[in-house]
Every structure is written in structure tokens, then in C-alpha cells.
Design a binder for this molecule. Structure first.
Ligand code: MG
Length: 277
């Protein structure tokens, strides 16, 4: 005898609405399928690319050694003027203040970049976090050396400047990090108010004629005489949000960042470089 679908006693019926009809189920399926077809990946957030551990161990920096520009070096700032620099946003003359041979960020004026463009080089640059620095995390003495500034805003490749003496932040955003790609191997930071030095070996990426990456960028850096980046191979430009990508360029200016946070501005002196083949 064939079972009758309607044999089920009426009294056992589920509460109204809990058992969708075949048509209702189809409608739900259709809506689900449509939503899958149009689903976008979650919008990337800055936090997605922050790395907080392991924390690079603190090491004692070497005693400060004067590093005069070698013969033949390109002197970018010797304490006297900003002739080698322009405003990043419009190429007009750079006007950050110079006091007693020291250049200080003017956050209202924005980033500055070199007039000249470069490929690979060894660069020396000295920087100082103000003694009275305030703020925390990325909002405490944030600046940066863009070893290649490849376009508007913060496009390019940043070696981070920040007060990392006693200031928790994501380690791939602390002083000496290749921003959001490589934390420094160690924390060789000096306290606020003291001069610090970066010596940077930048090997520019190369690109095929059609724009595809041929060889990636590499970077080695010493902070205060201590190796903090050891010939790391970059995954692309340093991005605040999202994955790094390469965008072809031939040569690029070097940029100093006027970061938008409200903390007291960073200073610079003795900036020079030697182009490398
Ligand atoms: Mg920065």
C-alpha cells in the first residue's frame, strides 16, 4: 500500500510558517544564488596587514659617529638650504623650516621630495624625534623615508620613522620597518631627543617593457650602526591598506613624510646618497 503524504495527523503539523513550501524554498535558493553571484570580498582594512609579534629585541645602538658625505656623493641636505627639494604635492619650492642647520617637518606644508630621481643607491640620513614627543602608536613621531616615491600621496616604498623607544605599535610599522612588510630585525632606537641615523642600501626593482616585474626591490638598512634590514626582498610598494603590488617605474624621487598625526614634528640633517649601478 502506498503511503499517503496526507496520512500525517493534522495535530502533528508544525507551527505556521516553519515549513516553507517548495516554491518558498526555491525562492530562498534563488536569492542565495543571486547574493553569491554578486558577493564582494570583505573590504580590506588597515588592521589586516598589521603584525604585532614577535617584538624585535631591543639592542644598544653604536655610539653616534659623524658621517660626512663622501667625495662624489649627491648631497641632498647639508644644513644650509632646501635647493634639492620640492613640495611633493605640486613640485613648488620646499619650505620646511631650517634652524641651526636642522630641517624640521612642517605638517601643514606636507611631504617634500627630491628634485632629482634615482634608481639604486646607498643613502645616509639622520633624524630626531623631539624630546617632548607626545602621542602613542603610529601617532608618535611618525615620518618616513620613501626610498622611491612613485606617485601621488604615499605611493612608493617607505622605511618607517617613528618613536619606537617606548611605544607599542604593530612591529611592521615601528621605526626601521619596511612599512607593513618587514619589521626590523632588532630595535636599535635611541630615546627621543637624540639623533639617529639610517644607512640604506636600496636596490630598485626592474620591469619588463610591458610593465611586468623583472627583478624585485631589495633593501638593507642599518639604524645607528646596527643591521636592522638584511637584504629583504619586497613584495611590492608599501601599502597602508591591502596587499603590496608592484607598479612599474624607471627612477623616482626620495620623499620625506609629513605624517598627519598631531604629534610634534620630526627633524632631519646630513642627508646624502651615492648612486649604485
Ligand atoms: Mg611613516
Amino acid at each position: 500500500m502506498q503511503a499517503n503524504r496526507n496520512d500525517r495527523p493534522r495535530s502533528a503539523a508544525r507551527p505556521h510558517g516553519s515549513a516553507p513550501s517548495a516554491l518558498g524554498r526555491l525562492a530562498v535558493l534563488a536569492i542565495f544564488a543571486a547574493s553569491m553571484a554578486t558577493a564582494q570580498p570583505a573590504k580590506p582594512k588597515p588592521e589586516d596587514t598589521e603584525v604585532w609579534t614577535p617584538i624585535p629585541p631591543k639592542v644598544s645602538p653604536q655610539p653616534f659617529k659623524p658621517a660626512p658625505a663622501p667625495a662624489g656623493a649627491v648631497v641632498l641636505f647639508d644644513g644650509s638650504n632646501l635647493d634639492q627639494w620640492v613640495s611633493h604635492k605640486d613640485g613648488s619650492p620646499a619650505h620646511w623650516p631650517i634652524t641651526d642647520g636642522v630641517l624640521t617637518v612642517d605638517k601643514k606644508l606636507g611631504d617634500i621630495r627630491t628634485k632629482r630621481s634615482f634608481r639604486s643607491y646607498h643613502m645616509h640620513i639622520e633624524w630626531r624625534i623631539p624630546k617632548d614627543i607626545t602621542g602613542s602608536g603610529q601617532a608618535r613621531g611618525n615620518s618616513g623615508v620613501f626610498v622611491a616615491s612613485t606617485g601621488a600621496g604615499d605611493l612608493g616604498y617607505e622605511l618607517q620613522i617613528l618613536d619606537s623607544w617606548d611605544n607599542a605599535t604593530y612591529v611592521n610599522g615601528q621605526a626601521g620597518s619596511v612599512y607593513k612588510q618587514f619589521a626590523p630585525k632588532v630595535n636599535a632606537t635611541r630615546p627621543p631627543g637624540e639623533w639617529q641615523a639610517y644607512d640604506i642600501i636600496w636596490t630598485a626593482p626592474t620591469f619588463e617593457a610591458d610593465g611586468r616585474l623583472k627583478t624585485p626591490a631589495r633593501l638593507t638598512a642599518h639604524q645607528n650602526g646596527v643591521l636592522i634590514q638584511d637584504n629583504v626582498t619586497l613584495a611590492g610598494e608599501t601599502a597602508y591598506i591591502g596587499k603590496p603590488v608592484y607598479r612599474p617605474y624607471a627612477e623616482a624621487p626620495i620623499k620625506l613624510q609629513a605624517h598627519g598625526d598631531p604629534s610634534e614634528p620630526v627633524s632631519f640633517r646630513n642627508i646624502w646618497l651615492q648612486p649604485l649601478p
